[in-house]
Design a protein around this ligand. Structure first.
Ligand code: ADP
Length: 260
């Protein structure tokens, strides 16, 4: 609808603004990070001062993570390539292997062989990283199950459109309808101390840029905690239409080469 479109445009504009602010913040932030590091190296610091410096470092790192995450999407990236979707997924899984082990998460992968996608591979990897990261967060303190699937499929909206379907399913705490309605808003997070609320906002942009669609099903657990089985949990389903190299929409190439 026109309303939804206006809302999307507003969010994109907000995103651009956020990205340029993030860019401006980044340099002074680097300076503060370096200065705090130098202060910490002094051996004349009292225990209290050291603690304050450490807290400041911790908070600065948080700001830095927010600006980096905002910039990553808008930063100039490489040209699209043909990538194996399961390989993108597995490279992300390797990154998260430490947490998978410590949370005692059982991973099951259902990959149809040889599923290729012409895409901005770095961004799709980032998208998968956001979804898997969120799934692991939702399954804390573990154990749990993570089910990943990649297969060729037709669009659920238009059966004439061929593409790739990817799903990431977890047995985590799930989401209430209220949370579910807000997850794509920038800075919306339920992770007070650790969240930035930018992961899914950026993810939605990446999906949009690939002309993809997202569907979500989630069931919240009664007590808001993860219970390790499928009584609660979330599944993110993505669909990417196939495009050949010469068909990459001009618009997405331009959006991609815009630097901040
Ligand atoms: P962040 O992870 O920093 O909070 P996101 O934009 O990635 O930011 O996610 C926003 C919110 O969406 C999360 O704080 C969480 O409440 C909810 N969410 C996202 N993925 C899941 C999931 N797999 N299970 C439960 N809740 C989720």
């Amino acid at each position: 609808s026109e309303d939804a479109l206006r809302k999307t445009e507003k969010l994109v504009a907000t995103g651009r603004l956020a990205a340029s602010i993030a860019h401006e913040i980044n340099n002074p932030l680097e300076a503060v990070t370096n200065l705090l590091y130098l202060i910490r190296l002094q051996d004349s610091l009292s225990v209290d001062t050291l603690r304050y410096v450490e807290l400041a470092q911790h908070e600065v790192a948080r700001v830095s993570e927010i600006t980096q995450q905002t910039l990553r999407f808008y930063r100039q990236s490489t040209l699209p390539v043909t990538a194996k979707v399961s390989e993108l997924m597995d490279s992300v899984l390797t990154l998260h292997q430490g947490r998978v082990n410590s949370l005692q998460v059982e991973v099951r992968r259902f990959y149809e062989p040889e599923v290729d996608l012409f895409c901005f591979a770095g961004e799709v990897r980032q998208l998968f990283a956001n979804l898997i990261g969120n799934a692991l967060d939702a399954m804390m303190p573990g154990p749990g199950q993570l089910v990943l699937s990649v297969r060729r499929s037709r669009s659920w909206r238009d059966s004439d459109i061929e593409g790739v379907r990817v799903s990431v399913m977890d047995t985590g705490c799930g989401m209430t309808d209220e949370v579910r309605g807000r997850i794509f808003e920038p800075f919306f997070t339920t992770k007070e101390a650790t969240g930035t609320g930018l992961g899914l906002w950026v993810s939605a942009e990446i999906v949009r840029k690939h002309h993809g669609t997202v569907r979500i099903r989630s069931r919240a657990s009664v007590d808001g905690q993860s219970n390790g089985d499928f009584r609660s949990g979330t599944v993110f389903m993505l669909f990417f239409p196939l495009v050949r190299g010469e068909e990459v929409p001009e618009e997405s190439l331009q959006a991609n080469s815009q630097s901040v």
